[in-house]
Structures are given as structure tokens and as C-alpha cells.
Design a protein around this ligand. Structure first.
Ligand code: UVW
Length: 332
């Protein structure tokens, strides 16, 4: 099942979208989301049912297993007890200062507040990969130079660039777990092929249209919630699904697993790693959403037989970032 570099290059040449929306384009396949498409997506809201697709950002997140990313560290910087605590236990100079202004303020005012901060990789949990996240041979999507991503951030293709698109579109859930009759989780070793995606589309009686955001349920997140094991591999999209996404003019793809594509290198391309990332982010300009929580959405779609919905998934607008957290919602 391992592809060769020449298979990879052939696919890359066929699906490369460079120049398709102009030489300065930084949106890639999000260009398929037109105003008409956004209106079509809004028309899918029938029951007013809101289904959250975001996982928790907490110390109990999926990171840590691979060492290079950590879970969020959440720190309280002010809490409601600080005023009286500092007055009683703070150093003398602070007690005097606090006594003179802060505690006087708090003494005759019912207002209290709490503040906090978070330190975390932007890829810690539910996220979008920006187009600047993955590249090869010194070029990013649309031919932008790889060195335009500097230690100050991405000058091209940073996540903030997609703000103009929302991101809002018609979402379509493809439920691989249900299709395979798996209990909860697609076990490792069986990548999801383009043919299987077609079978699921037929089984669910749903159409994939230009500008859709395809959301793939593999059960990984549900499994993670019960085991706490973020290192579990699972199965993902076979790298040749990049051509399927291209053919259907999909605007973006997201999944409930750690990298959307199948993590097993023996199902990839000989001599490289994560070939679907390379094809989607760098050649097509198609963003990948990872660690989405699709359990509730899959249950709802199975119950009403409707696999399309309005998807609202704006990433946090971190300037120059190569990815960002998101708390997506599906609305039916
Ligand atoms: C890499 O591609 C390195 O990471 P991710 O799976 O988060 O996109």
C-alpha cells in the first residue's frame, strides 16, 4: 500500500492550485466558499439544534504522547480572594499599598473579578492547520517562499488571513465508524480510501458539493475520552484522498483524530512523512482540522438521517500563526 515518490509527484502536479485564484491568493480552497454557499449553509438550519465539535483545552488534553507538544497550562492570575488575602498575608509593602488603594476599593464595592492566562501550543487540541503549517522543497502554498515563515511568525498564509471566510460553510459528516460497523473506533491498519469515501456518500445518501467542509468521523476522539491515550494511532484518510477532495472542490477537511490522514508510514509514500498534509496544505491550499469531537454529531446524524449542516468554525485570529484553536459548531 506504500506509494512511491513518483506517484506523489504525479498527484501533486494534478491537484496543485497555485495561481488558480491569483498569484497573491492566501485562502486556497476556501475560495470555493462563495456568498451563495454561505447562504445555502444557513438554509440547512431547520431545528435550531447546536452541536459543539470542540474538545476541552485542559491539562487532560491529547498532547504529550509525542513529546514535542504539551497540553495547555492554565494559570489563575487574579481570583476573588486576592484582595482580602493580600491585605492579610502579603508582604508589608504590598499590604500597605493594597490597604491604601485596592482594599479600600473592594471594601465599599461589591464588584469582584477573576483573571487567568494560558500557555499552550496552538496545536494543543481542536485546531485548524494554517496553509503555512506544512511545506516541502522550500515552497509554501501558491509558491510563497518557506522563509516567509520566520521567528516573528508567518508573513504569508498565517491563520489570521482566513478571517474573511469565517470559516462558515455547508458541513457534511462522513461517518466511517458507522460504515465499518465499528463499536466506537476505527482500529489502526485500515486507512480510509477514496473508494470508501464514495461508499459512505452513497450509504448516507448525501452529496458532496463545491465549497463543502467534509468532516470525517473515525471515533478517535471518543476513544481518547475513554482511555486518555493521546498516542493511540487509529486509522485516517489514505493520502490518495487528497485527489478525491480536489475532485469534489472541497473547501476544507476535518477529522476527530490527531492528523486527519492515516498515521502509518507503510500506508503513506516511501521516503516521506504525512504526504496528505504536503498535498493538501502546500499544493492544494486546503486546510486540515484536527482533534474535532464528532461523537455527538455522528449520533445526531444517525438519528435523523441528515448528514449536512451549517458549520461555523472560525479559528482564533492569532497573527502570523501556523495553526490555531477553534471551537467549531454544527447547526441543524
Ligand atoms: C504535523 O503535521 C507536524 O502536525 P499536525 O498533525 O498537527 O498537522
Amino acid at each position: 500500500m506504500t506509494g512511491t515518490m513518483s506517484d506523489f509527484r504525479k498527484a501533486a502536479d494534478e491537484l496543485r492550485n497555485w495561481g488558480r485564484w491569483g498569484d497573491d491568493d492566501e485562502l486556497g480552497t476556501l475560495n470555493f466558499i462563495t456568498p451563495k454557499k454561505v447562504a445555502e449553509a444557513a438554509g440547512l438550519v431547520k431545528r435550531g439544534k447546536v452541536i459543539p465539535l470542540g474538545g476541552d483545552f485542559s491539562s487532560g488534553g491529547p498532547q504529550g504522547a509525542f513529546k514535542f507538544r504539551q497540553n495547555p497550562v492554565h494559570v489563575m492570575t487574579i481570583d476573588g480572594g486576592d484582595a482580602s488575602t493580600l491585605v492579610r498575608y502579603g508582604p508589608e509593602w504590598l499590604r500597605n499599598a493594597v490597604a491604601s488603594d485596592v482594599s479600600a476599593f473592594f471594601a465599599d464595592n461589591p464588584f469582584r473579578f477573576n483573571d487567568d492566562m494560558i500557555v499552550m501550543p496552538l496545536q494543543a487540541a481542536t485546531q485548524w492547520d494554517a496553509l503555512s503549517h506544512v511545506y516541502y522543497e522550500d515552497k509554501l502554498y501558491n509558491g510563497f517562499p518557506a522563509d516567509s515563515v520566520t521567528s516573528f511568525g508567518a508573513y504569508h498564509l498565517g491563520i489570521e488571513k482566513v478571517d474573511v471566510k469565517g470559516i462558515v460553510s455547508r458541513g457534511v459528516l462522513l461517518d466511517v465508524v458507522a460504515h465499518r460497523g465499528a463499536e466506537v473506533f476505527c482500529e489502526p491498519g485500515r486507512p480510509i480510501t477514496p473508494d470508501e469515501l464514495d461508499e459512505i456518500v452513497t450509504r448516507q445518501n448525501v452529496e458532496i458539493r463545491s465549497g463543502d467542509i467534509v468532516v470525517v468521523h473515525t471515533g478517535w476522539w471518543t476513544c481518547f475520552l475513554s482511555t486518555g491515550d493521546g498516542g493511540q494511532a487509529g486509522s485516517g484518510l489514505h493520502w490518495t484522498c487528497a485527489s478525491w477532495l480536489h475532485r469534489h472542490e472541497v473547501a476544507a477537511v476535518a477529522a476527530d483524530n490527531l492528523m486527519v490522514e492515516d498515521p502509518d508510514p507503510s500506508n503513506g509514500v516511501e521516503g516521506t512523512f504525512l504526504p496528505m498534509h504536503m498535498l493538501c496544505l502546500r499544493d492544494m491550499g486546503l486546510m486540515l482540522g484536527e482533534y474535532w469531537d464528532l461523537g455527538q454529531l455522528a449520533a445526531d446524524c444517525a438519528a435523523d438521517g441528515i448528514y449536512e449542516f451549517q458549520l461555523v468554525a472560525p479559528p482564533l485570529k492569532v497573527v502570523g500563526a501556523v495553526g490555531a484553536p477553534v471551537s467549531p459548531i454544527a447547526i441543524k
